[in-house]
Design a protein around this ligand. Structure first.
Ligand SMILES: NC(=O)c1ccc[n+]([C@@H]2O[C@H](COP(=O)([O-])OP(=O)(O)OC[C@H]3O[C@@H](n4cnc5c(N)ncnc54)[C@H](OP(=O)(O)O)[C@@H]3O)[C@@H](O)[C@H]2O)c1
Length: 335
């Protein structure tokens, strides 16, 4: 029998600004049989998430990847060899499998999931912690969105934004997206059902928010930070809320993060800004997944995935998060 080979993506150089292919290497190693207490997982898909970029340099909440080490990544796959109780050959699983094609892990680091009604990769997208669950808890718990709210969503065509905006619509809000380019703006309105979408690459964002939300924005769900955050703060409603989910504009220079200049609008309008990490809601993932799965299967939630292929294309996929050349949840098929 031919021996399995593990292919992994490692960091060879800390990126200066936007990462480049030369910052990474693809390394191959033969796969050994799992030691006692572990199982061998053939990884099928990896989730391409902004935290991977943040972890390449010191300065984020994510421990920085050491030079020569494998990049962090969430994945889904199947158990192909087991030397432990709790994981059986064929089990569909998800977890932090890292940026590699094979993972050897103990059961406590692996979650067995049910892929009988949805494709396994859905556990990285609509049912995944960094997409669907982030959107779910961010909108309903942190944002407290309810009937009649005006919700503004940055990176509206992306993994989190596309789902978060739809959940806000399901909660009875009027939802305005912000996305880069006419194709994404059309996707946001026509396929996701948002009420409007601002194309920030071609329109004056602050002026358009004022036009679309003349009484102000009740909840701004922010994925990008930078000038868009300032434009939203300028239009925040009295007693409005800003949900700080992420800041795509900052991850290339975490050593000098640029904060908003219009933060005094929070004081002037008795508004508040609250950040969160989805891990905070870990104990409630099952509840979130149950609701998201119901919306998915009854057609209330539209999902789009962009799937790149091959572990060697991980650096290119990571860059898509910053050049915006994907729509929906970004995945990498590696098995
Ligand atoms: N708090 C949490 O626990 C948690 C968990 C997961 C993710 N997040 C955060 O959620 C955000 C979205 O993550 P995701 O995985 O869903 O990514 P995504 O939205 O699928 O991709 C990122 C998008 O950001 C936009 N973008 C990139 N650079 C930009 C810039 N300079 N100005 C404006 N927009 C820019 C691009 O869309 P356009 O083409 O429209 O520019 C791009 O498609 C990130 O900030 C991430 O860190 C937070």
């Amino acid at each position: 029998m031919t021996k399995r080979v593990n292919r992994k993506c490692t960091l060879v150089r800390r990126p200066q600004g936007r990462p480049r292919s030369a910052d990474f290497a693809i390394v191959e190693a033969p796969v050994e049989a799992p030691p006692e207490g572990c199982a061998l997982i053939a990884v099928e898909h990896l989730s391409i998430d902004p935290f991977i970029r943040a972890a390449l340099n010191p300065g984020s909440a994510h421990p920085p990847v050491a030079l020569g080490e494998v990049l962090p990544a969430l994945g889904v796959g199947r158990v192909v060899e087991s030397n432990c109780d709790g994981l059986r050959v064929g089990d569909p699983v998800c977890g932090t499998f890292m940026a590699q094609t094979c993972a050897t892990l103990p059961p406590m680091a692996v979650e067995v999931v049910d892929d009988s009604r949805v494709p396994l990769r859905t556990y990285l997208g609509a049912l995944g912690s960094t997409a669907g669950l982030t959107a779910y808890f961010g909108i309903l718990e942190v944002g407290g969105v309810s009937e009649g709210d005006v919700v503004l969503m940055s990176a509206a065509a992306g993994a989190v934004g596309s789902i978060a905006g739809q959940i806000a619509k399901l909660a009875g809000a009027r939802v305005i997206g912000i996305a880069g380019g006419p194709e994404k703006a059309r996707f946001v309105c026509d396929e996701l059902g948002f009420d409007a979408c601002i194309d920030y690459k071609h329109e004056d964002v602050a002026a358009r928010i004022a036009e679309l939300a003349p009484a102000g924005v009740d909840v701004f769900f922010d994925n990008v930070g930078g000038p868009i955050l300032d434009a939203a703060l300028d239009n925040i409603a009295n007693e409005g809320r800003v949900v700080l989910c992420g800041a795509m504009t900052q991850y290339d220079h975490m050593e000098r993060v640029e904060g908003p200049s219009l933060y005094l609008r929070l004081a002037e309008r008795h508004a508040r800004m609250e950040g969160f990490t989805v891990l905070h809601f870990h104990a409630r993932y099952e509840e979130g997944r149950r609701q998201l799965a119901e919306w998915l299967t009854n057609g209330a939630l539209a999902v789009r995935e962009h799937v790149d292929e091959g572990i060697e294309n991980l650096p290119r996929a990571l860059l898509r998060l910053f050049d915006g050349s994907h729509i929906g949840k970004l995945l990498l098929k590696v098995g």
